[in-house]
Design a protein around this ligand. Sequence first.
Ligand SMILES: Cc1cc2nc3c(=O)[nH]c(=O)nc-3n(C[C@H](O)[C@H](O)[C@H](O)COP(=O)(O)OP(=O)(O)OC[C@H]3O[C@@H](n4cnc5c(N)ncnc54)[C@H](O)[C@@H]3O)c2cc1C
Length: 404
Amino acid sequence: MVGAGPGGSATAYHLAKHGVDVLMVDKAVFPREKVCGDGLTPRGVRAIERMGIDPTEPGFTQIEALRTYGVDGVIIDLPWPTLRDFPRLGVVRTRYEFDNLLAERAVKAGARFLQGTEALAPVMEGSWVAGATLKEDGRQREVRARFVVAADGAPSRFAAHAGVRRDESRPLGIAARRYYRIPRPQEPVLEAFVNLRDEPSGGIMAGYGWIFPLGDGVVNVGAGLLNTFKRFKEISARKLMDYFIADLPPEWGITEENAISPILSGPIPMGMNRHPLAVPGMLLVGDAGGLTNPFNGEGIAYAIETGELAAELIADALARGRPAIAQMYPVLLRERYGRYYFVGRQWVRMIGHPRFMHFAVRHGFPRAALMRFALTFMANLTDGKDGGRKDRLMHAMVSLAPDS
Ligand SMILES: Cc1cc2nc3c(=O)[nH]c(=O)nc-3n(C[C@H](O)[C@H](O)[C@H](O)COP(=O)(O)OP(=O)(O)OC[C@H]3O[C@@H](n4cnc5c(N)ncnc54)[C@H](O)[C@@H]3O)c2cc1C
């Protein structure tokens, strides 16, 4: 297992639960920071519950709704929908603590964990990935494995050595975040601002700002932008964050004096933007596979889910002595997310036009019923069937799309 973020830890946890001998390596020493909004929707909560984590335990801030800010002062609260397959709960927790908790779960399940250890490159036997060259305390050594999982995050340099490439036609986001301690009272809501104004065109940028509560007056404030936005190359994540903060009411206290961390930024690879998602002997999970949801930039849930799927296939392949079973992974990924991500890619292309985005926010936004539908769809809770009319409509939209 290369990488011990949510993707790596989830894969290691589920493999260890299947009785497989697992070695997880991470170049960082835990706990470590990860640039993130730190927010989990019900999809993410379901994923951590499957790792035996109780989202109501101390340390998690409980979230009941999404509060969205549009244009002309319109604000809409959207409580999580009631769905059979998802809890009505979101959570926020710093990645510093969250990722450490997940790695501990993997170790408790039986995985070995080497920290401060970088995986330099795959060990190849012909075209088969048969292990990795590790670097620890300046020394290099080779470790052999029957399967390798690349969970090395958005840059995914390790997987690149085995021929994995970014698909430039698929979307990518950039985002920045900073922590503040502010006097404003906290409510159990994720606040999303879809009103980032593009001054030159008068339209709205394809992205959003957020304020997520961490308790004790601390908030995670950030903003992200899609590369489908026309002037993407002219706007850095830091600049976007400046625009966003400048538009917030001054009495909220999102000021330089109240900042308690530097501004950090990072890429968000979306909509399966890496190919291939498996090479013989190696599977890619989470950001390494570009598996973030293009609708909302949520990646933690997908890193954990794809880790669990990879673990199931590898465990099955090992138990049956048939390595080819694991190579079914890309097919199953496409089956699970392909159509939904296809719709997401069309959506991010459309909202890349500031005038379309402005139209969508101005006319769609004030309609609460439409927004509730949009929340369920964009948070990909569409497979949480409630059996109703909306549910059937969402399934129809997704099932009409091609699966790549
Ligand atoms: C600003 C920002 C805000 C975001 N907000 C949210 C949010 O609120 N909610 C959400 O769900 N998602 C959010 N995301 C996306 C989310 O952070 C990622 O999707 C998620 O971290 C993916 O998990 P992962 O395990 O695949 O990769 P990562 O979390 O990046 O973990 C990869 C790990 O691999 C290790 N590693 C890398 N290379 C090597 C190597 N060669 N050898 C050994 N170890 C290696 C790294 O040290 C790291 O620990 C955000 C992203 C950004 C940039």
